[in-house]
Design a protein around this ligand. Structure first.
Ligand SMILES: C[S@@+](CC[C@H](N)C(=O)[O-])C[C@H]1O[C@@H](n2cnc3c(N)ncnc32)[C@H](O)[C@@H]1O
Length: 282
């Protein structure tokens, strides 16, 4: 699979690497296509470990080029409308759409945490694509966007955030007006406690499935769901179990299968099903 066909497509690669350090740009240029592919693929050897700026930028390039590759593979319209839930302050997905799409494409996100949304706005201001940033729970997205209008619904490293938020809200803890990273250890430990007591599914399944059903209504008939969820290093120290985290895609797969929503999984060459899942309406 050629994740970075764009390596030689100057304008697309230029958009994906905009803002990267001179060191990372030099490294990318010095590598052959094959060596770059291998280096990017190794970035998601779990747990993802980011020691230097170059690591973070290569990880970003892994994700953005993977998404561009998926848009190409699924022939997503160049004027696509894409919805991402729970982007936080990460702009990988709008950056990928910005590199792939033409004028007329639109990126929409629903994001609850206020300070992360403000970071997102600042970072995304460099993009030329049309953006709509909704400060609300993704479960309410149909109050903002009409049904059947969206080509792709993206859950980029979001299943964990959605579950964390459901559990925190259930416990009466604010996730909107807090510093996310300060609140996160407590959120993770609470999720683990629910999991260890065997109560996670009872607590989170129904709201998670409602989000999926809402996104199904949002999507066009031939639209796609794209999920990814690889595990970062450093969370064990907060009392969070990496094996549990590494099972998030499988958990989403099982819950969606059990809910029998009429979604089928699309097989993907070169994308590990442990970290990736693409679904389409049947
Ligand atoms: C750490 S950020 C996630 C960043 C991104 N998914 C990533 O991993 O790069 C977590 C964000 O998800 C948001 N979030 C969690 N559940 C949500 C939901 N149901 N609707 C909208 N935002 C949600 C939180 O409010 C927070 O802004």
């Amino acid at each position: 699979m050629d994740r970075t066909k764009s390596h030689h497509d100057g304008s697309q690669m230029e958009r994906l690497t905009r803002g990267f350090s001179a060191e990372t740009l030099e490294l990318i240029t010095s590598l052959s296509e094959e060596a770059l592919q291998q280096k990017l693929a190794r970035m998601i050897t779990p747990p993802i470990t980011l020691n230097e700026r170059t690591d973070s930028e290569l990880l970003e390039l892994y994700y953005t080029s993977s998404y561009v590759h998926l848009f190409e593979t699924f022939n997503i319209p160049k004027k696509a409308k894409l919805f991402e839930i729970a982007a936080g302050d990460t702009i990988f997905i709008p950056k990928a759409l910005n590199a792939y799409a033409d004028e007329g494409a639109k990126y929409i996100t629903a994001n609850l945490n206020k300070s992360l949304t403000s970071g997102f706005r600042e970072k995304a201001s460099e993009l030329s694509i049309e953006l709509e940033i909704i400060e609300d729970n993704g479960i309410n997205i149909l109050s903002y966007c009409g049904e059947g209008k969206v080509d792709v619904a993206v859950f980029h490293h979001a299943m964990n955030d959605i579950v964390q938020t459901i559990i925190a809200e259930r416990e009466g803890n604010d996730t909107v007006n807090v510093d996310w990273w300060t609140a996160e250890p407590q959120m993770l430990q609470t999720v683990m406690a629910y999991h260890n007591r065997g109560e996670l599914k009872t607590a989170a399944y129904s709201e998670f499935i409602s989000i999926i059903e809402t996104c199904m209504k949002l999507l066009k008939e031939d639209g796609y769901f794209i999920f990814d969820n690889c595990t970062y290093a450093g969370y064990e120290d907060m009392g969070y179990n990496s094996d549990f985290h590494s099972n998030y895609i499988q958990l989403a797969r099982e819950w969606i299968h059990e809910a029998d929503l009429g979604l089928q999984e699309v097989e993907l060459e070169g994308f590990d099903p442990k970290w990736w899942m693409v679904l389409q309406k049947t």
